[in-house]
Design a protein around this ligand. Sequence first.
Ligand code: COA
Ligand code: ZN
Length: 333
Amino acid sequence: MRKAEGKRLYIQDVAVRDGFQIEPVFVPTADKVALIDGLSRSGLAKIEVTSFTSPKAIPALADAEAVLAQIKRRPGVEYAALVPNLRGCERALASRVDEINLVMSASETHNLANLRMSREQSLAQFEQIVALARGHAQVNASLSTAFGCPFDGDIADARVLELLGRFATMGIDRVTLCDTTGVANPAQVERLCAAAKAAFPQIDFTAHFHDTRGMGLANALAALEAGIDRFDASLGGLGGCPFAPGASGNVCTEDLVHMFEAMGYDTGVDLEALIGLSRRLPALVGHEVPGQVMKAGPSTRRHPAPASLGAPGAQQRLATVKAVDPASNCSPV
Ligand code: COA
Ligand code: ZN
């Protein structure tokens, strides 16, 4: 494991896009805006605030323009939106996004299921979008199912590298490698991320993991080992693609920040602020959310010792505990 030594990592929250897109309830625009404004104050590097998709495909994000018009943009925070096609790009540019997050899949079947386009059709639109966005917004390409597809199964590293080559030829210098349905394992992540970074040193990579099989944080560490310093994550661990069977939540933002900070990395994020925002989520989406640190509190949390330890004779009993088990971490009140 590399030494942290205060190294800066960049955390990018996707809860309002990847999270809300799969929720059956429509979170009111005002609540989305309040959440984004809270996230803006928490020190995140980037927030994906919505998607400019067909409102028939993603009704939960049908208010994209209103959200972008109403948020308070904080200097130093990038505001991104997912864009599937040229029409989405025009809408996103009209709403003055900082970054257009293009999306296509490494697998043909998921591309067809998600976007109703072949990969070649998506690539052709990317080319037009890059030209349209030049000078107006940054362009990031998110490659879904880069680590495996729920329809087509394994995706060869070579196929991913070939698609990255197509992006690079278009001049795209920001790419997100997405594990859409949480099938990646840490050995695979380290291998593919290292190969991608070595082949395309000019590209700024983001790692985007879903925790569907409990490998999310381990995969984030594997990406970190491969030299990735940007991570997508979702407040409370919400998330999932409605067009990928079995998809579930992203790596949880506050859990990821908590782990990195505990290891000595600098995320620039106010963990307590994130936890406060995350605790508001169940009321917005109508169910519990998967995040763990929001429930347990950070590892630095201390609880008052049991009241019984303060009673007469308690110190005596404590001494006995320590004599029996010298490793006991009971501490006197
Ligand atoms: N924004 C708003 N409306 C759009 C649009 C966009 N970016 N792109 C297409 N539409 C509209 C069309 O105007 C048309 O509307 P109409 O039925 O009222 O005439 C309708 O959507 C269908 O258009 P079409 O070009 O035939 O698109 P499609 O039905 O083949 O759908 C996508 C293609 C990409 C627009 C759609 O599949 C989509 O938005 N998918 C989103 C996928 C997603 O976000 N997945 C989760 C994230 S990975
Ligand atoms: Zn995702």
